[in-house]
Design a protein around this ligand. Structure first.
Ligand code: ATP
Ligand code: MG
Length: 139
């Protein structure tokens, strides 16, 4: 089952720009089922922990600022090959380099404000789902 689930975060700027509904519609159209979803806001501590793998990189401090600056929508997405297929529809980290039709190309503003997060592997998907959702919040 794990391989069929992944985690996405609609980043604060995308929520602020009123693009959450449009992004979720793209995901539904691509075949993803929502198996859990919530609106929440990360503290700086939580954000640092979530992006721990990037600690020490030059983009880490502004990344933490950006992800904790406002509310987010976080969702468990389910379909066959969920991790790979979500990365494909999300597109390149840099929206300017993302393929037409991808979420980052459509809704990303910059390398940092790139609209949406996607787990990058099955192990990270499991970790990230557990980070946000208790058992009773998964459907
Ligand atoms: P995500 O983990 O959010 O799905 P990603 O896997 O495409 O994105 P990572 O390398 O994991 O990219 O970087 C995590 C996030 O850090 C990026 O989504 C982006 O917001 C920010 N980031 C990464 N590289 C840069 C950079 N060179 N300049 C500014 N921000 C960056
Ligand atoms: Mg990543």
């Amino acid at each position: 089952m794990a391989a069929n689930q992944t985690l996405t975060i609609i980043k604060p700027h995308a929520l602020r720009d009123n693009n959450a509904g449009a992004i979720l519609a793209v995901l539904n159209k691509a075949g993803f089922r929502i198996a859990g979803m919530k609106m929440t806001r990360l503290t700086r501590d939580q954000t640092e922990n979530f992006y721990n793998e990037h600690r020490g990189k030059y983009f880490y401090p502004p990344l933490v600022d950006m992800m904790s600056e406002g509310p987010i929508i976080v969702a468990i997405l389910e379909k066959e090959n969920a991790v790979t297929d979500l990365r494909r529809i999300v597109g390149s980290t840099d929206p300017a380099k993302a393929d037409p039709g991808t979420i980052r190309r459509m809704f990303g503003l910059s390398m940092r404000e790139n609209a949406i997060h996607a787990s990058d592997g099955d192990q990270n998907a499991l970790r990230e789902i557990g980070f946000f959702f208790s058992e009773t919040e998964r459907y």
